[in-house]
Design a protein around this ligand. Structure first.
Ligand code: NDP
Length: 327
């Protein structure tokens, strides 16, 4: 038996509870992992509270991230004792995930734990941090260098935003953080932001084009915020869009794209290629100041996951939540 969060569905709806689960119930996979840590991501919050249609099969163990030690492997690249991590691939949605003490997975989905990080630090980064790095890589690929001007990062006090600010500032960019919680301005500045702006300046309908300010952007919010950021992006600037914390819609015009040559890049972490994942984790190893991670995360045990999921979706948590599944 092992402990894990199980989401079950019956006539009354979906319920997430901490349970003792029989190992025989683990799904098929060629690598069995003794999980040490997982995380609580926005998507896990949606799955656990059933506020979003994340879970595709029931019963489901949520948790889109995990780190642990290989217990058994039939995969050529992994042997018992290897430290591995996983982000995405539909784990915690269609295949049992990381919020449990055991997982059985397809070895092709795994990434060796980078030597720079402890298991706890890797999960402090998690999908949110690896997505932040994918956004930074997209800005770089499209020619946004520190000398080009300011980079705006939205949802600055959330997981993706926190890591994006820490990485961009270490790389020498001038970063402006946007948050709905100005009481977290000091935290956002300590991560490396040069300025913090109020979310309300971005969240209402704006003009098709605004004053050219941003050389680049990492947008976690979507909706009017994304539209206003595109409208305020400089000639040939780049906007990396990865989230929908403020809404799935995109009420914009094409003006920034056809008059200023702005590029809007979509970022997906779930089905991202293995090569891009390995690059993102390698770059996190060199371009994230590990000492900033201690500002970014809090650790909890499995028993606290379900109550905290609602707070996370209500935007009441700061940074990242690491789950020690054996605590
Ligand atoms: P967190 O829960 O850690 O942070 C979310 C943050 O969003 C909050 O802290 C808050 O930031 C901001 N926020 C919350 N509600 C609103 C609102 N109504 N309007 C504007 N901002 C709001 O989540 P993550 O950082 O992990 O993820 C954020 C988003 O990114 C989610 O939409 C998630 O689905 C998406 N995502 C996408 C991935 C991909 O592959 N494309 C991968 C990972 C995440 P503040 O308090 O600073 O305002």
């Amino acid at each position: 038996m092992f402990k894990g969060i199980l989401i079950e569905k019956d006539e009354a709806g979906c319920h997430a509870t901490l349970k003792d689960i029989d190992e025989s119930q683990l799904p098929d996979g060629d690598v069995t992992i003794r999980v040490s840590h997982s995380t609580l991501n926005y998507k896990d919050g949606l799955a656990i509270t059933s506020r979003g249609p994340v879970v595709r099969k029931f019963p489901m163990v949520p948790g889109i991230d995990l780190v642990g030690v290989v217990e058994h492997s039939r995969h050529v690249e992994y042997q018992a004792g290897d430290q591995v991590l996983l982000n995405g691939w539909g784990v915690g949605e269609q295949h049992w995930g990381g919020l449990a003490q055991k997982a059985c997975l397809n070895g092709d989905w795994l990434v060796p734990l980078p030597a720079q990080f402890t298991p706890q630090q890797a999960m402090a980064i998690g999908t949110a941090g690896y997505t932040a790095m994918l956004c930074v890589l997209a800005l770089e690929r499209l020619g946004v260098t520190p000398g080009k001007g300011e980079i705006v990062v939205t949802a600055a006090a959330g997981g993706v935003g926190s890591v994006a600010i820490a990485v961009l500032s270490k790389l020498g960019y001038t970063v402006v953080g946007v948050t709905g919680r100005l009481e977290e301005a000091d935290y956002v500045m300590r991560l490396g932001a040069a300025q913090v702006l109020d979310r309300r300046e971005f969240s209402s309908p704006g003009k098709p084009l605004a004053r050219e300010r941003w050389a680049g952007a990492v947008d976690v919010v979507g909706s009017h915020t994304l539209a206003n950021i595109c409208a305020g992006t400089r000639y040939r600037g780049v906007v990396a869009a990865c989230g929908l914390a403020g809404g799935m819609d995109f009420p914009a015009t094409v003006a920034p794209f056809i008059l200023r040559g702005v590029t809007l890049v979509g970022i997906d972490s779930v089905l991202c290629t293995r090569a891009d994942r390995l690059l993102a984790w390698k770059r996190l190893g060199t371009d994230l100041d590990i000492s900033k991670l201690s500002l970014i995360f809090n650790e909890i045990g499995l028993a606290e996951v379900v109550p905290l999921a609602t707070k996370l979706l209500d935007g009441q948590l700061r940074g990242r939540v690491v789950v020690n599944v054996n605590a």
